[in-house]
Design a protein around this ligand. Sequence first.
Ligand SMILES: [Zn+2]
Length: 460
Amino acid sequence: MKIHHHGAVDGVTGSCHELKINDHFGILIDCGLFQGAEVSKTGAGENQLDIDFPISHIKALIVTHVHIDHVGRIPYLLAAGFDGPIYCSEPSAALLLLVLEDAIKVGFTRNRQLVARFLKILKNKIIPLPYSTWQSISSELDVKLKPAGHILGSAYVECKVKSEKGSKKVIFSGDLGAPYSLLLSAPKAPYSCDVLVIESTYGDKKHESRKARRKNLQAIIEKAVKDKGVILIPAFSIGRTQELLYELESIIFENRKHHNNALPWGDIEVVIDSPLAAKFTKVYRELEPYWDKEAQKRVSSGRHPLSFDQLTTIDDHQTHVNTVAYLKRTARPTIVIAASGMCAGGRILNYLKALLGDKRTDILFVGYQAKGTPGHEIQKYGEGGGYTTIDGKKYPIKAQVHTISGYSAHADQSDLINFVKRMRNKPQEIRIVHGDDDAKQALMRQYKALLGEHAEVIIP
Ligand SMILES: [Zn+2]
């Protein structure tokens, strides 16, 4: 048995790991897009996405969750001849086709017939698995998905590799959520594990507490409403957008209820400017049975956490263009959530071009910004009169730049440690992936201290 990492090794994008049982049989865990400056060891990256490793022995693909950096390369995998089933959780199955439809239209073709044909092939390959149930993949391998608390449908994968000598448990963490993720229950550690492949996005960080991040968000909104100006939140369509909506609904609801009349809470507009985010939000609403108890309670008390009164969704391009122009002219206090999360594309770019130079604008980062993306530049150079380059043109940054870490939907260092600490039988081998160098090193030190000499901790 061997484990190969085809992506998300030096960085956090392009997730793709291989569990190779023997020369004739292996599976992939995720097959995601590279973003920004990140590349694989063999040179695959944002501009070279063809599958660059052998796949004739790959018999199945397991999808941990539907973020594009975990599934966006699936079309290339099929183009390379992969013919096996694609296993994912039931909510992921509901979201995956939407994600890939968009990925194909952006990356391959807008030809409707081709897109439809591709989606049909894809649909036939997807096998939804209920959580916490073993599924046989072959006589040598069973897999089980467990809730990862990262986005709706997210899972970590337990693989039981069977041989004459006994069985071995290999676990791929995918992206793990934080315990206080909104809408989702916290991930529970597995009972036992022999080899663990774990993400380390925030392996050297501590998130703000749920209370602190909410207070921060409220303070930024209050300030923006007082001095006018737009609050821009670059967010991924799936997960963070819905978490933010949930939090915004809650902040507005509480302030209105307690008659906090210092600000016109009832007038604050929240705009989702992304057809894709709007579609996902709709599916999120439909998947309410998978929400956590707190969220379900709000629904039964008559509230609509993901479709409240002050929320507007922009779909068509002309309305988007008009809205950008209107907000540039009026600086009317509005919270705009638009993709992409790292400002590497999408409608957020038009807002940035129009509003970066206005000091009344607030840009609020709620997620990880990979090196080489405009998001990373704005975050790094925003203070002190820096600039960022969008579509080849320099834009000076006069807007206020904020980062709130708690909405990352990723586990922080203590969560990643607890994931291992709470296992009854701890792994003999941990492979740390999906993080920057500093994050991986910091997490490695922690795991070594936790497990001592009994385990090998590796940064592949
Ligand atoms: Zn993710």
